[in-house]
Write a protein that binds this ligand. Structure first.
Ligand code: HEC
Length: 104
């Protein structure tokens, strides 16, 4: 545990476990439907990306296609999300929000 890399990995894994708990509850409560990309960003992405678990996303002009790809496929510690969790329309909204483009 002295190695900072190991510690970072462990805390990411713990965050992932905690996250699995919160999403299943959030999804059950909203019957799989989100109101908009803002809600997804705050309740799902922000859980890691506004808490230093994942890298800062906003203000970097990340391309919409890139964000959508990562959300569907995941990348190392970044979990992937299925259409049953975040549908295509909501994914497009959250990706536009992150990229800094107008949402509608
Ligand atoms: C459980 C925590 C967690 C959640 C929830 C999460 N992410 Fe991530 N995300 C990460 C981590 C950790 C990384 C860094 C992955 C790596 O490089 O090892 C990451 C990386 C990314 C990247 C790549 C960033 C870069 O610098 O290239 C994007 C884009 C991204 N996430 C988008 C999202 C979006 C959009 C959501 C919400 C739908 C989301 N993430 C939810 C943990 C999370």
């Amino acid at each position: 545990m002295r190695n900072p890399r190991t510690r970072a990995t462990v805390s990411r894994c713990l965050a992932l476990l905690a996250f699995a708990g919160i999403t299943s509850t959030a999804i059950a409560d909203s019957s799989g439907k989100w109101q908009n990309g803002q809600e997804i960003y705050q309740k799902v992405c922000g859980y890691c990306h506004e808490a230093n678990v994942g890298p800062v996303l906003k203000g970097r002009s990340l391309p919409v296609e890139y964000v959508s790809y990562i959300v569907r496929h995941g990348n190392r510690a970044m979990p992937s999300f299925r259409p049953s969790e975040i549908d295509d329309e909501m994914l497009a909204q959250v990706a536009r929000l992150i990229s800094g483009k107008p949402v509608q």
